[in-house]
Design a protein around this ligand. Sequence first.
Ligand SMILES: Cc1cc2nc3c(=O)[nH]c(=O)nc-3n(C[C@H](O)[C@H](O)[C@H](O)COP(=O)(O)OP(=O)(O)OC[C@H]3O[C@@H](n4cnc5c(N)ncnc54)[C@H](O)[C@@H]3O)c2cc1C
Length: 416
Amino acid sequence: MKENNSFDIAVIGGGPAGMMAAGRAAELGAKVVLIEKNEILGKKLLLTGKGRCNFTHNELDIRKFAEKFGKNRRFLYSALSTFGALEVINFFESRGVKAKVEQGDRIFPENSNARDILNVLVKYLKEGKVYILLNVEVVGFKEEDQKISYVLLRNQKLSADKYILCTGGKSYPQTGSTGDGYRWAEQLGHTVIPPVPALNPVKTSESWVKELQGLSLKNVSLKLFKNGKKKDERFGEMLFTHFGISGPIVMDMSKNIGDLMKNGPVKLILDLKPALDFKKLDKRIQRDFQEFKGRMFKNSLKGLLPLSMIPVIIALSGIDPEKKVDYIRREERNKLVHLLKELELTSTGLLGFKWSVVTSGGVALKEVDPNTMGSKKIKNLYFAGEILDLDGPSGGYNLQECWSTGYLAGQNAAKH
Ligand SMILES: Cc1cc2nc3c(=O)[nH]c(=O)nc-3n(C[C@H](O)[C@H](O)[C@H](O)COP(=O)(O)OP(=O)(O)OC[C@H]3O[C@@H](n4cnc5c(N)ncnc54)[C@H](O)[C@@H]3O)c2cc1C
């Protein structure tokens, strides 16, 4: 053990990755300090899953889990096999927070409260006697001979044998994730893949979108087109907002939208009835029109669409809302079918880092040992969490990445 102001391990950033790293290192007997510039730990964690914290995903097969991280999936094999979804569920359950599986295999704490997850982590830190510094900002590093000798705080230095960098990405900077770690990683000789917003709401140009603000649609399909070619397709839930569209399928597609938008506008095609092909949907509408014989068009769509969407679809169809359904011509019906199956949206951009759930890009993985999370450039430096060039879809994947890499970094910094 060290004297009061010198530590075995300094963890920078008190988010999910940093708390897990610090807790695990302390559990193994290291004297650990956790440095956080906010007034509390886990500020972003408390916002996750709309305050309910979708803390992992119900996928226990490590390879299948890692696949969600695309080309960088192999980097996660070791971290996930050491501390994967099953270990995370056990970790929280053994500390009194039961897991529940919800739609789409998303896993939440039983009481739907992110604070329960944070409380477990804070207790874990306290059990390990982790020295927690709040309202303390790291402003720089001193490096000599490929080793960090100390970190600079605003008014003082702090030294440790090892350092774990867990400062997160650049998304939701209002929670403290301002990308500081990327700058230091570069100064220390690491390559940083340029950070871009991922899991981001999408702005659209169509004026009718505003009228649907707040409307959430389930079981719809969204396709992404560029120059007439389909580039992506997602099925599930989405949401209309005052600026455009959001919700799980939009967020998951946003990285591809952002990439494709670099070379001009992209089209999105929303299928409101993916379970019915054009023919079947036409038959269904004909049946509805039979049922509503003698009634006005505007009163015939209740079985087909959410209420707030009816005036929008009617306006886009160009069909007189007061026309009796009996007099609606085949071409008019065709137009309606097309609108329901191919509602066009034009993306004008992403909402940016301020509202992106994760950051894509970060510390290049080829310069980090996947078995230890240790830097291949600096002898006593480790990385964990979103600062790494890893980002997954929505569904609990990103927090799991933090738990896995944080645990492995803490464990190895404590052991070696
Ligand atoms: C609104 C929202 C909802 C989300 N919901 C989910 C969800 O339900 N499921 C899921 O899996 N993922 C979710 N995510 C993503 C998830 O929150 C992140 O992947 C995760 O928080 C990243 O953890 P981290 O520890 O790497 O970084 P962060 O959580 O960003 O923590 C980094 C910490 O480092 C501190 N720090 C930064 N610079 C310094 C410095 N210079 N000195 C000292 N401290 C510093 C910051 O203040 C911050 O507290 C959500 C994200 C957002 C924004």
